[in-house]
Design a protein around this ligand. Sequence first.
Ligand code: AMP
Length: 195
Amino acid sequence: MFNLILFGPPGSGKGTQSEKLIEKFGFKHLSTGDLLRKEIADQTPLGMEAKSLMDKGQLVPDEVVIGMISGALEANRDASGFLFDGFPRTVAQAEALDRLLELHKTAIGVLIELQVPEEELITRMLKRSKTSGRSDDADEHVQRNRLEIYRRDTMPVAEHYAASAKSVSVEGVGSIDEIFNGICNVIDAKIAKGN
Ligand code: AMP
């Protein structure tokens, strides 16, 4: 089993690249953003509570997303590998993920960080807001808030995995296929090394 964290700020292309990676490697895709948006669409109490935080660009509480991931790991025991997208976003989430994977007798193989300059991220999010219907993409103030939270709370997650030499950066600017090739090279090298 090979498990991957696709990491990077909002607008760095994680969703787009995830789709291609799932197709190529057969990963089970676990996006906490998608899972939360489904809760909102289904109008569950969890979704209603998460929506107000998401609309402001704030993180939902760790225990909420950890609970969702724990349930998804249980529900997909026969998966050949997981692609975590938008999770973990705090060191507490990363530590919880490591423990959960250990219970399932597996671990993170690599964290791949997509590197994109900040102004490019803002441009991409504004463009995405025109088709995604995502209210958190449309407002530049909310976007800047999400980037600030990323820098403060989420970037330390890359350092957490760097401590075990599992953190790799990939250029996130260029054509979709160029970026995809960069990611695939990292995964192939890690798999060839047996993690
Ligand atoms: P995303 O689709 O990954 O950009 O996530 C959209 C929003 O959902 C974020 O701005 C957060 O409010 C919330 N969210 C998604 N994943 C997480 C997470 N792992 N921890 C906390 N909040 C999250």
